[in-house]
Design a protein around this ligand. Structure first.
Ligand code: HEC
Length: 228
């Protein structure tokens, strides 16, 4: 119960970090390695008391996959980092919460009223555990899917914008502004202004012309997370 509840929290923090702090998450070994270790230890601990082994086995497998991921050069693999953290961050808390609330159905004997009641209680508990886990999973996936995708922003930035604004968001020439660490909302509004002709600039306006709102959201999230 306790290790599963902690694992629910750890998984949610992982999803949150992956989506909102992409440049922190992609640092070599840490923090994905630390998340993997924490999830692994908690799942091994939970495994000793879990009513069904598969809960913790799934989380152990997810922790190992995350650990392998943390060994890769993640800065060059933004999509893998994002989706790896996303899936682990949504699935680990779902499984852990389910395990925390799950009660095995006691074998019922028709002639024994008390144990029959225990069996019925366990069945209700299983149903609410499943509903709680499904609600958490739905919330987590919906939240993560609605959030901008910084990996896509990075990919877009590296194909169209680096030439002037520099590989780390620090510009390559005095006439180009730095973008690293700029406020997310400001980036969104100013890119929309360039695109919609409200902020005319002969160099920058053509760069923004074919950006969609999604592209802009992804770019703004990626750039605001870079170290200025
Ligand atoms: C050819 C060089 C060039 C490229 C490529 C380029 N920009 Fe710019 N960018 C500029 C210049 C010049 C300005 C300053 C415009 C001005 O003064 O209004 C600017 C300004 C900006 C600003 C406003 C910064 C601020 O502080 O107000 C943002 C945001 C921006 N660019 C984002 C991007 C993004 C995102 C891309 C890729 C899709 C991109 N730029 C591609 C040259 C470029």
């Amino acid at each position: 119960m306790i290790p599963n509840l902690i694992n629910t929290l750890v998984g949610l923090v992982l999803a949150w970090a992956t989506i909102l702090h992409p440049t922190w998450v992609e640092r070599r070994f840490l923090p994905l390695g630390a998340f993997a270790l924490a999830i692994l230890v908690l799942a091994l601990w939970a495994r000793r008391s879990d009513p069904a082994r598969w809960f913790s086995n799934v989380n152990i497998a997810l922790a190992i996959a995350l650990g392998v991921l943390s060994l890769l050069p993640l800065a060059t693999l933004p999509n893998l980092t994002f989706w790896g953290g996303f899936w682990a961050g949504c699935l680990v808390p779902t499984v852990a919460l389910w395990a925390a609330l799950y009660r095995p159905a006691a074998t019922t004997h028709a002639d024994e009223a008390p144990s029959h009641r225990v069996g019925a209680g366990a069945a209700t508990m299983n149903k609410s555990a499943m509903i709680a886990a499904c609600a958490l999973a739905a919330g987590c996936f919906a939240g993560a899917a609605r959030a901008a995708d910084p990996a896509a922003g990075k990919a877009r930035y590296e194909t169209t914008c680096v030439a002037c604004h520099g590989p780390t968001g620090i510009s390559v020439a005095p006439i180009y502004p730095n973008l690293a660490g700029q406020k997310q909302e400001y980036l969104v509004s100013t890119l929309q202004q360039f695109r919609d002709g409200e902020r005319p600039n002969p160099i920058m306006a053509p760069m923004a012309r074919d950006l969609s709102d999604t592209d802009i959201a992804n770019l703004a999230l990626y750039l605001s997370a870079l170290k200025p």
